[in-house]
Design a protein around this ligand. Structure first.
Ligand code: SAM
Length: 270
């Protein structure tokens, strides 16, 4: 029997949203998704058609923000099934470690990466780790750390976020970069678990020794709400998605209508 893609209804999404505080930060929830869904929907949205466009857009945004990462040692925190770990490795990183607290998700990331049968697979490694507990067991430091969609579900309070930023800062070398791409919202409809605004995120990062270098945004909310829950033909979704992202690129004053905010930090010298 083929597993469901994760395609679901708008009402189900709303129902999940109402219970998000109890489920999104729980390991069991992500373990269950890794086994019940297929493809990118295990870590992203229910629609895999939408996910492919989301993934493309995030790759572009990250490339634009970082410029390059040739020969860098990189850490992908809350890596999900490893899509960004693989992308970073395939574009010249010296090594990329993907970590996630869900064992089932890490197992999926390892299996999917092994299937790639590309030389850069040897540059990747996946480990279980909780961002709230830290990464000392990895026994490594990194030039760049990326965190995509993890902190906003892992952290329940400002103090959790500060601890997480400190754990991240502890494994970035001085002058190294931390790229955060997260749904940062206070609105009851859009926020995930953490209820903090951008200023608070930046100030907690500053307290951990991270200085803001760049900001950007993506994920035009009206398009996301309509197109991410059901698999609609790509020929239909692609132009709508592109139009939404174009609006965000051209009209900075519409930033509040972006789901994900990119914050690029530099680790100050110790
Ligand atoms: C929305 S998914 C994003 C996955 C991946 N970064 C991506 O963008 O494709 C959030 C991921 O964070 C992981 N996660 C949640 N809380 C975590 C924690 N405390 N420590 C490490 N990973 C965590 C989940 O298991 C899940 O894989």
């Amino acid at each position: 029997m083929t597993k469901p893609t994760g395609s679901t209804g708008f009402l189900q999404l709303i129902r999940e949203r109402r219970t998000r505080d109890a489920i999104y930060h729980a390991k069991d929830y992500w373990d269950a998704r890794a086994t019940a869904r297929t493809g990118l929907s295990r870590s992203l949205w229910p629609s895999n058609t939408y996910n492919a466009l989301w993934d493309e857009r995030q790759r572009d945004l990250i490339t634009r923000a970082l410029g390059g990462w040739s020969e860098h040692r990189m850490l992908d925190v809350g890596c999900g099934t490893g899509r960004m770990t693989r992308f970073l490795a395939s574009r010249g990183a010296k090594s990329v470690t993907g970590v996630d607290f869900s064992e089932a998700t890490v197992a999926s990331a390892r299996a999917e990466t092994a299937e790639a049968e590309e030389p850069w697979v040897l540059q990747t490694r996946f480990e279980t780790a909780d961002v709230l507990a830290g990464f000392s067991h990895l026994g490594a430091s990194f030039d760049d750390v990326l965190v995509l969609g993890c902190l906003s579900v892992a952290c329940q309070t400002a103090s959790d976020l500060e601890v997480s930023f400190r754990n991240i800062a502890n494994v970035v070398c001085a002058g190294g970069r931390v790229l955060v791409l997260e749904p940062i919202h206070r609105s009851p409809l859009l926020r995930r678990v953490l209820d903090l605004g951008i200023e608070e995120w930046v100030s907690l990062a500053n307290r951990a020794g991270l200085e803001l270098a760049k900001a950007d945004r993506m994920g035009f909310v009206p398009v996301r709400l309509v197109c991410s829950v059901r698999d609609v033909p790509e020929a239909l979704v692609r132009p709508i998605f592109a139009a939404g992202e174009n609006v965000l690129d051209r009209a900075p004053f519409l930033a509040p209508l972006s789901d994900y905010k990119l914050l690029l930090f530099r680790r100050s010298a110790r």
